[in-house]
Design a protein around this ligand. Structure first.
Ligand SMILES: Nc1nc2c(ncn2[C@@H]2O[C@H](COP(=O)(O)OP(=O)(O)OP(=O)(O)O)[C@@H](O)[C@H]2O)c(=O)[nH]1
Ligand SMILES: [Mg+2]
Length: 698
C-alpha cells in the first residue's frame, strides 16, 4: 500500500439529502480513479459503499462507509453517509472526522431537509465545503433553479465554478469558469472528459458567471477587493489563489455539476476536490490539550500519535471494528497505545484500510489518514487513542437522544438469550439507539430516531446476529401528576406479640410547574417526628410516587411537605415511618385529583407545497397545534407541536400523502396534561398490561 504524506490527502465527507445520488457519485469517482474496475450501481446493489445487506435491500445508505481513490497523485478518502433523517448522526460524525464536505444537491429538488441539516453540522467545525448539483441528466432538472435554492437556504457564499453543458438527457459536460475551458464527456462509462476552448460566440453565459465568481472571490479578501476596484477584475493568478484560500477558510463554497449515474462531471469534480479542498496538513484538528484547554493539532508524522475513533462497526465475525482518523503522528500495528479518554492501555492488532467492507492490512497509518482496527478491548466511538505523551484528545460527539420506543419480543428462548449482547454491539455501532428494560412493564424497549431507524435496527439484529424479535406498538412514556393541593394523614400501627410498629405522619401535597419533577420538604418543628425517621418518610413517598397511582407511571411535578406526626418511644422504627409515608401518600392521592401527562413533540414537516393543506389537516386531527408555516421554494415547512402518542403512525401517513416526497423530524418538547376524555382508555390499557405482567410473575 502506498503511503501518502498528509499534504497529499483529502478527507471528504459526502453528505446531502437522501436520493441526491451520493452513493452513485462515489461509485463514479471510484471507477474514474481506477480504484475499481466495474462501475457499481446503487440500483443493482453493486456499489462499494452501499455494501451492507440492509443498505442494498433498501437502496439507501444506512451507515457511514469508506472508500478511496487516487487522483493526480493525491489520495481522496471519501466517506459516504446516509441522507435519511433517522440516520443523520453518522453524517455528523463523518463531517467531524473529515477536512471537507462534498454536499450533494439534487438538480430537481434543490436544497432539502437533510441538506440543511448537514450544512449546519458542517458549520459546527467551520468545515470547508464543495457543492455538487447532481443528477443533471434528468428530465426537468435545472442547474439554475438548484443554485437559486442553494442561495436561499445555504447562503450567497455558494458560487458556481462550473456550468453544465446541455440539460436533461442532453447534459454532456461542464464549463470550468476558472480555466475558461469546456470538458465534454467522451460518451462512455469511463467518465473521461475531453478538454477544449470555449467556442467563441458561446462564451457569453460563462463570461458572465466568471465575473460573478471573480467578484465573490474579491469580496472574500480585503486586499483582493482593493485590486478588484482599481483594476475592475482579477488576474488569473489572483483568481485561483484567492478562490483556493477563500474555500479553505470557509468563506466561499464552490458549486460543481455532475451526473453520477452517467459518470459525467465526476472527473472535473475530482479535479476540484484536489485543487480546492484542504489537506489534513492545512487544517488543524480541534481538541483539548493535557491541561484541559482548547487546542489544535496538525497532521504531522513527527508529532506524538493521536487518533480519534469517530465510528464503530459491529461485525458478526471480526467483532467490533473501530474507524479512526489519525490526527497526528503515526499509528503502528501490533503496538500498545493509551486510551487517552478513558485512561487504560489498548493493544492494537493489525491496522487496516477499508474499501467498503474490504480490509487491507497495513503496518502503519500516517498522520491525516483514515484507518480501522478490530477488537479493541475497551475503546468506544468518540474515544481518543495514542502515545502515552499524546497530550491531546478530541472530545466525543454527543449523539441525539432517541425519540421513539418499541417493545421487542424475542421469538424464542435462544433469541432472548442472545438479545442483550447483540444489542450491546449494535449500540456500539449506532449510539443513537438505546436498549432498556421498562421498570414498570418489564418490556424490553428499543428506542431510536424514528420508526424506520427501529425497523432497520431489528433487521440488523436478524441479519448480523441471527436474533429474531418482533415489535410491539411503542410505549409512550406517560407521567402522572396532581392538580390539587391537599393534606393527608398516614398512620402505621401494628401490635404483634412483643415489639410493635408505630409510625405516623401528616403531609401536604401541592402541584409544581411542569418540569419541576419532585420536591420533598421537611417542615417538622419540635420533634413531632424524630429527625432520624424523616428520611424514612421520604423514602416511603418516593417509592410510591415512582410506581404511580392511576396507571403505574412515575408521578412528577409536585411537592410533598411533611409537617406533623407522632411517634412511640419503643415501637417506632424506620420501616414504620416508611409505611406511614406510603399510607399518607395514598390518602393524599384520593383528593389531589391525579391526572396523566403525555410527551409532546416539536415536529417539523417538509413537503412539496401542494400537499401543505392536507398535511395541516392531518396534523390537526392528531391533536397538533400548528406553530407556523414557511414556504421554501417549491416546498413548505410546517412547524407544529403534537403529542407523541399521535405521531407513532406518522411516517407511513406522510409517505402515502406525499408519494414519498415529504420528510419530517421530531424531538421531545415538553410534557402536557392528557385531555380528560382520553384518560380512561390509557389507564385501562396500562392496567391490562400490568395485569399480564403480574400474572406472568406469579
Ligand atoms: N438519473 C439519475 N439518477 C441517479 C443519479 N445518481 C443517482 N441516481 C439514482 O437515484 C437513486 C438514489 O441514488 P443514491 O446514490 O443511492 O442516493 P444517495 O444520496 O446515496 O441516497 P441515501 O443513501 O439514501 O442518502 C438511485 O436510484 C440512483 O440510481 C444521476 O446522476 N442521474
Ligand atoms: Mg447513499
Amino acid at each position: 500500500m502506498k503511503v501518502y504524506d498528509a499534504s497529499e490527502l483529502r478527507n471528504v465527507a459526502v453528505v446531502g439529502h437522501s436520493g441526491a445520488g451520493k452513493t452513485q457519485l462515489v461509485a463514479a469517482l471510484l471507477v474514474d480513479g481506477g480504484a475499481i474496475n466495474k462501475f457499481g450501481k446503487v440500483d443493482d446493489g453493486t456499489t462499494v459503499t452501499d455494501y451492507d445487506e440492509e443498505a442494498i435491500a433498501r437502496k439507501h445508505t444506512l451507515s457511514a462507509t469508506l472508500a478511496h481513490l487516487e487522483w493526480r497523485k493525491k489520495k481522496i478518502n471519501l466517506i459516504d453517509t446516509p441522507g435519511m433523517g433517522n440516520f443523520l448522526a453518522d453524517a455528523r460524525s463523518a463531517l467531524h472526522a473529515a477536512d471537507a464536505a462534498m454536499v450533494v444537491v439534487d438538480a430537481n429538488s434543490g436544497v432539502q431537509v437533510s441538506t440543511e441539516k448537514v450544512w449546519h453540522f458542517a458549520d459546527e467545525t467551520s468545515l470547508p465545503r464543495l457543492i455538487v448539483v447532481n443528477r443533471l441528466d434528468r428530465d426537468r432538472s435545472s442547474f439554475d433553479r438548484a443554485v437559486e435554492s442553494i442561495h436561499a437556504y445555504l447562503g450567497r457564499a455558494c458560487v458556481p465554478i462550473q456550468l453544465p453543458m446541455g440539460a436533461g438527457a442532453d447534459f454532456n459536460g461542464v464549463v470550468d469558469l476558472v480555466a475558461m475551458k469546456t470538458y465534454r464527456w467522451a460518451g462512455d462509462e469511463s467518465g473521461k472528459m475531453l478538454e477544449n476552448n470555449i467556442p467563441s460566440g458561446e462564451a457569453g453565459d460563462a463570461q458572465h458567471a466568471r465575473e460573478v465568481l471573480i467578484e465573490a472571490v474579491a469580496e472574500a479578501d480585503e486586499a483582493l477587493m482593493e485590486k478588484f476596484f482599481s483594476a475592475g477584475t482579477l488576474t488569473q493568478d489572483e483568481l485561483t489563489t484567492g478562490l483556493t484560500r477563500a474555500i479553505r477558510e470557509g468563506k466561499l463554497f464552490p458549486i460543481c455539476c455532475a451526473s453520477g449515474l452517467r459518470n459525467i462531471g465526476a472527473q472535473t469534480l475530482a479535479d476540484a476536490i484536489v485543487t480546492y479542498l484542504p489537506s489534513p496538513a492545512e487544517r488543524p484538528f480541534e481538541g483539548i490539550d493535557a491541561k484541559g484547554e482548547t487546542s489544535t493539532r496538525t497532521a504531522d508524522n513527527s508529532q506524538p500519535a493521536v487518533a480519534w475513533i469517530w465510528k464503530s462497526i459491529a461485525d458478526p465475525f471480526a467483532g467490533q471494528i473501530s474507524l479512526f482518523r489519525v490526527v497526528s503522528g503515526v499509528l503502528k500495528s501490533d503496538t500498545t497505545v493509551r486510551n487517552v479518554t478513558r485512561g487504560g492501555d489498548e493493544r492494537l492488532g493489525h491496522l487496516m484500510l477499508l474499501e467498503g467492507k474490504t480490509p487491507t492490512n497495513v503496518n502503519e497509518v500516517h498522520a491525516g489518514d483514515i484507518g480501522a482496527v478490530a477488537k479493541l478491548r475497551d475503546t468506544h466511538t468518540g474515544d481518543t487513542i495514542g502515545d502515552k505523551n499524546a497530550g491531546f484528545r478530541v472530545p466525543p460527539l454527543v449523539f441525539p437522544e432517541p425519540v421513539l420506543s418499541y417493545a421487542m419480543v424475542p421469538k424464542s428462548r435462544a433469541d432472548e438469550d442472545k438479545l442483550g449482547q447483540s444489542m450491546h454491539r449494535l449500540i456500539e455501532e449506532d449510539p443513537s439507539i438505546s436498549f432498556t428494560r421498562d421498570a414498570q412493564t418489564h418490556d424490553i424497549l428499543l428506542s431510536g430516531q424514528g420508526q424506520l431507524h427501529i425497523e432497520v435496527s431489528v433487521a440488523k439484529l436478524r441479519r448480523r446476529f441471527g436474533v429474531e424479535v418482533s415489535l410491539k406498538p411503542p410505549h409512550i412514556p406517560y407521567r402522572e401528576t396532581i392538580t390539587a393541593k391537599t393534606e393527608a394523614h398516614g398512620r402505621h400501627k401494628k401490635q404483634t406479640g412483643g415489639h410493635g410498629q408505630f409510625g405516623d405522619c401528616k403531609i401536604r401535597v401541592e402541584p409544581l410547574p411542569r418540569g419541576s419533577d419532585f420536591e420533598f420538604v421537611d417542615d417538622i418543628f419540635g420533634g413531632a417526628i424524630p429527625r432520624q425517621f424523616i428520611p424514612a418518610v421520604e423514602k416511603g413517598i418516593q417509592e410510591t410516587r415512582t410506581r404511580g397511582y392511576l396507571a403505574g407511571y412515575p408521578m412528577v411535578d409536585f411537592r410533598v411537605t411533611v409537617f406533623d406526626g407522632s411517634y412511640h418511644d419503643v415501637d417506632s422504627n424506620e420501616l414504620s415511618f416508611k409505611m406511614a409515608g406510603r399510607l399518607a401518600f395514598r390518602d393524599a392521592m384520593t383528593r389531589a385529583r391525579p391526572t396523566l401527562l403525555e410527551p409532546v413533540m416539536n415536529v417539523e414537516v417538509y413537503a412539496p407545497s401542494e400537499h401543505a393543506g392536507d398535511l395541516m389537516g392531518d396534523l390537526n386531527s392528531r391533536r397538533g397545534r400548528i406553530a407556523g408555516m414557511d414556504a421554501k421554494g417549491a416546498a413548505t415547512v410546517i412547524k407544529a407541536q403534537v403529542p407523541m402518542a399521535e405521531m407513532l403512525t406518522y411516517e407511513q401517513q406522510l409517505t402515502s400523502h406525499t408519494g414519498g416526497r415529504g420528510a419530517y423530524h421530531m424531538e421531545f418538547s415538553h410534557y402536557d396534561e392528557v385531555p380528560g376524555h382520553l384518560l380512561p382508555k390509557i389507564i385501562a390499557a396500562s392496567k391490562a398490561e400490568r395485569g399480564e405482567v403480574k400474572a406472568e410473575e406469579e
